[in-house]
Design a protein around this ligand. Structure first.
Ligand SMILES: Cc1cc2nc3c(=O)[nH]c(=O)nc-3n(C[C@H](O)[C@H](O)[C@H](O)COP(=O)(O)OP(=O)(O)OC[C@H]3O[C@@H](n4cnc5c(N)ncnc54)[C@H](O)[C@@H]3O)c2cc1C
Length: 263
């Protein structure tokens, strides 16, 4: 492995300055994406800036209609947290379905959201739950944050601090998971609010996206019957070794029905 410097800041300001002065620098959270990328030389940072000891990146709290979760919160913590279970049980169940115990004990919400893997689970929840992505420089609405495959609105060196999920009346996630990694071949998150329904799809296309036809149908009738027969246009979906675009389009309809039933 190539040599690199290691910084262990305790504050957001020190983390930002270690990044700015670190040459080709990278933040590290749990390392579940970053370390394999370094080992395979897809990333070759001069400096790793460890976020593990930075104050203000952990904690789970409900504030009015928002559930705030710190960026360094692991999937295992979200899975077992009573505040999450009371506010958005579908989010706790999503976290419980990520990877395996090792991944859930090291992987973080902020790492997933910053990385924006097109098959990751949390982006569907962030988008469907109309979340706010708060950083050390400001905040983004979920609709503006995700910008396609591995692309987000984050500027170079910007740190995700916490995510504010809007608490829904009902919500659930269903995914057809890859049998080895558990990443989503297709995952659908459905969230019902007093002012309408939001539906987000992950795994199917080049990045997470909202499913407008499903949202319109469910906003007047929140039932599986209202979306029976609805499928995605497979022209915009991925074909790879795991599934064809046509199969993903079909799976999206099945996952949508499962998520509605679970919600
Ligand atoms: C075997 C395996 C199976 C997996 N299965 C699933 C699955 O089923 N579903 C799923 O959704 N995910 C899955 N994952 C991914 C997992 O959820 C990790 O959380 C994800 O890889 C991010 O890792 P991390 O949190 O350790 O972040 P890191 O790897 O440390 O960082 C990832 C990227 O985000 C940046 N970053 C991290 N934190 C911040 C921050 N706060 N602000 C700004 N930038 C930041 C880093 O610089 C890096 O570029 C799997 C991973 C593995 C290895």
């Amino acid at each position: 492995m190539r040599e690199f410097a290691y910084a262990r800041p305790a504050s957001l300001a020190d983390a930002a300055s270690a990044f700015a002065n670190g040459g080709e620098a990278a933040f590290i959270a749990g390392g579940h994406t970053l370390l394999p990328a370094i080992k395979s030389r897809l990333r070759m940072p001069d400096t790793l800036v460890d976020l593990a000891h930075v104050a203000g990146l952990t904690g789970i709290a409900r504030d009015g209609d928002r559930l705030w979760i710190g960026a360094m919160t692991t999937h295992a913590t979200v899975t077992g947290d009573a505040t999450v279970a009371a506010a958005i049980p579908g989010l706790a169940r999503l976290a419980a379905g990520i990877g395996d115990p090792q991944v859930r004990n090291r992987g973080t919400l902020g790492g997933v959201i910053a990385n924006n893997d097109p098959a990751a689970d949390y982006p569907a929840a962030v988008l469907a739950l109309d979340a706010i992505v708060e950083t050390d420089r400001g905040s983004y609405a979920a609709d503006d944050y995700f910008q396609g495959m591995f692309a987000t609105a984050l500027a170079d060196g910007e740190i995700v601090r916490r995510i504010g999920f809007r608490v829904p009346q009902a919500a659930a996630y269903a995914k057809f998971r890859h049998p080895a990694s558990r990443y989503a071949v297709v995952g659908v998150f459905v969230a019902r609010f007093a002012d309408g329904v939001r539906v987000a799809v992950t795994g199917a296309g080049p990045g997470v996206f909202r499913w407008a036809d499903a949202e319109a149908a469910l906003s007047t009738d929140f039932s599986a019957a209202a979306v029976k027969g609805l499928t995605l246009d497979d022209g915009d979906l991925n074909t790879d070794i795991h599934a064809s675009a046509e199969f993903r389009a079909h799976l999206a309809g099945v996952m949508l029905a499962d998520a509605i039933a679970a919600a």
